[in-house]
Design a binder for this molecule. Structure first.
Ligand code: CO
Length: 674
């Protein structure tokens, strides 16, 4: 071991109170942000962080990441939690360890660049609420997108951690675009901006151990500030990369507590503590303390979240990252999107198309939001293009990217794709090359006007400014103007355990008592009824036998719209009800008009159907408005990307079936044009 430049065996004292090492490796714990974001769809609730908070504060972490990234979105959208309140609550329990947040540069905690006034106010409020370290990244590594937030971070006296998104065009570090020179130049640029630390952000777990060594060594030689490595486990390489980075002198490494570690998350802390015990880079952590925390997670917290873990595969390593460089989160999004569209068989084509789309869009790193931008455009291309035309359905975000609204891409965007995307683009057909937010109008005063008294303070206002549709809905829940639906309410440990038991029984086939025996013959008195439930209907035959009616058969029928997708966590339950094999005689005229949620059901005209599942952002037209073929009628958000859906024909809007904020399934009729 003495051969390694940075790590030497120094002591045989392994007691918890051993004297500090020469140059202890610093650890940032990610459990309460990236950990549950990576493994449990960011669904961790504040109440489930409190039982471990004080103990985690005692470990000696350099920082704990507890906020930012997807938490802000998920909390108000799915958990009925005020994101700002989480910082204040955790601060009451975690008093010594600095808090870190993931800030998406000018995208803040959303998916587009916000105007400067929103960005400034957001950073100020985050600092005021208790944030200490601002881990700041830009998906294009275009640091002009830091120019607004960094001075505010500094003004508030907080720590600016500048990130370099790690990406590649080759199987290993190098090549024409993302080589050592590229990363060193980016690091120097961050140092010039006043970065207090520099973080290599390897969001897909792409960095190979020897590349990590070379990269960290080069950064240590060229930069004065501490170097931090954030490398997801996804590909399985990160524990090896961590060790090589430590040998190259890395200052800080990111890990998770064991129950939140591995898979698409990060390596666990405990093996690293043991690896470095007694060396010059000893973390100094007490492994027994870590074990106590893990026990609380396992017994009191994990039962509520286990069902969210994607256990469809036994393997904890995602080979696809090594093959296709597709980040874990992006991959599961793509798979879900394809599954909901009944096109899972196209995944191979998606893998083939993805590097092509990425290259055409300027060889950009794949990280939120560019992973979604490239991902959904790839899905659109695979599903909607034909041999004569590519990029048939271009998302608004791809148009914005082509215009320059996200910043400068590593290599120029393909000229033909750019031209097509910008045809008729509202800001102009000539791309813009300045700092993106320069051309964004201030947004706060307009937001204030729109939301009015529903936003009590600036935190509410920012929530609305960043997430207008779901933010407004949350504020209505928060101030008792609307009752939150049951699915956003927290579960107790008891309820979670009961649910788990139900799922186990369902899986074992113990939930449904199957009737055995012969079917009675149908009499000529058999009468049929259509029973409508949500978006399905059942045809039921009722026969009166000995005075009491008997349900002869019940069979789900496919209505015009597909049956609602099963909830994510639903077990593969047996078919509902006892449906005898007798096929139902269909009603003479199968009523297509009985489509669900169809106030427009009886309206004549051409339907505009949802090409994919998603959420309605807004209708640009109202009933009675005239539209031209191709004109945008409705904006549909799918996988966080907005799609402007054009009118399939010219005419007048006869009916509108949904409103802003509604979720729709593929093929739902969004409106009718006649
Ligand atoms: Co991460």
């Amino acid at each position: 071991m003495s051969d390694h430049d940075q790590v030497k065996m120094t002591t045989m004292n392994y007691e918890p109170d051993r004297p500090p090492a020469e140059n202890p490796l610093k650890i940032e714990d990610l459990t309460l942000r990236d950990g549950h974001q990576s493994l449990f769809a960011t669904r961790g609730r504040t109440e489930d962080m409190i039982p471990v908070a004080e103990k985690m504060d005692e470990v000696g972490f350099w920082a704990m990441e507890v906020w930012g990234g997807a938490t802000f979105d998920t909390m108000h959208r799915f958990l009925n939690e005020d994101p700002w309140e989480r910082i204040r609550t955790l601060k009451r329990y975690i008093k010594k360890t600095p808090f870190s947040m993931l800030l998406r540069g000018q995208n803040l905690v959303g998916y587009r660049n916000y105007a400067d006034d929103v960005a400034e106010a957001f950073v100020e409020r985050a600092a005021e609420n208790g944030m200490d370290i601002f881990r700041t990244f830009d998906a294009l590594n275009d640091y002009r997108n830091f120019e607004t937030v960094v001075p505010v971070i500094k003004k508030c006296g907080k720590h600016f951690q500048g990130c370099i998104c790690y990406t590649m065009t080759e199987p290993r570090l190098g090549g024409k675009v993302y080589n050592l020179d590229y990363y060193v130049a980016k690091a120097k640029a961050l140092e010039d901006m006043g970065a207090d630390t520099i973080c290599v952000k390897d969001m897909a777990g792409l960095i190979a151990p020897y590349d990590a060594y070379d990269l960290i060594k080069a950064l240590k030689e060229n930069c004065k500030v501490p170097i931090h490595l954030h490398s997801h486990f996804t590909s399985g390489m990160s524990p090896m990369s961590h060790l090589k980075a430590i040998e190259a002198g890395v200052d800080i490494i990111d890990t998770c507590m064991t129950p939140y570690a591995y898979r698409t998350s990060h390596a666990a802390i405990e093996p690293l503590v043991m690896t470095l015990l007694g060396t010059s880079r000893d973390t100094g952590f007490d492994i027994h303390k870590l074990a106590e925390i893990n026990e609380i997670f396992e017994k009191e917290i994990m039962p509520k979240y286990k069902h969210l873990l994607d256990d469809s595969k036994v393997s904890i390593i995602d080979i696809n990252v090594l093959l296709h460089q597709t980040p874990g989160g992006m991959l599961s999004n793509l798979v879900n999107q394809l599954r909901e569209m009944d096109a899972l068989d196209k995944i191979g084509e998606v893998y083939k198309e993805l590097p092509r789309v990425r290259k055409e869009l300027g060889q950009i790193p794949l990280v939120t939001p560019t992973s979604q931008i490239v991902g959904i455009q790839t899905v659109n291309n695979v599903l909607f293009d034909d041999e004569n035309e590519r990029y048939k359905m271009i998302t608004d975000q791809v148009k914005d990217l082509c215009y320059g609204l996200y910043g400068k891409t590593a290599v120029p965007i393909d000229a033909e794709v750019q031209k097509k995307a910008l045809k008729g683009y509202e800001r102009g057909e000539e791309p813009f090359t300045g700092r993106p937010a320069e051309i964004l109008e201030p947004e706060l005063s307009k937001a204030k006007e729109e939301i009015g008294d529903l936003a009590i303070d600036e935190d509410d206002l920012l929530l609305y400014a960043i997430y207008p549709v779901t933010g407004k809905r949350f504020l209505k829940w928060k101030y008792g103007k609307e009752t939150p639906p049951p699915e956003v309410m927290p579960k107790t440990l008891d309820e979670a355990k009961k649910e788990e038991e139900m799922v186990r029984k369902a899986r074992a086939g113990e939930l449904v008592e199957k009737k055995t025996g012969e079917l009675p013959p149908k009499s000529e008195n058999l009468r049929t009824f259509n029973v409508f439930m949500d978006n399905e209907y059942y045809e039921i035959g009722v026969d009166e036998v000995g005075g009491s009616p008997v349900i002869a058969y019940a069979q789900p029928m496919s209505a015009a719209a597909p049956a609602p997708a099963a909830p994510q966590s639903a077990p593969a339950a047996p078919a509902p009800a006892a449906a005898p094999s007798t096929p139902a005689e269909k009603p003479a005229e199968k009523p297509a008009e009985t489509a669900p949620a169809a106030p427009a059901g009886s309206v004549d005209g051409t339907p505009l159907v949802a090409p994919m599942p998603g959420m309605i952002v807004d209708y640009e037209k109202a009933v009675g408005d005239a539209v031209e073929e191709g004109e945008t009628v409705v904006i549909l958000e799918a996988m966080k990307m907005e799609n402007a859906l054009p009118a399939p024909c010219s005419g007048t809007i006869q009916a509108i079936n949904f409103s802003s904020g509604d979720s729709v399934r593929k093929s739902d009729v969004l409106c009718v044009i006649g």
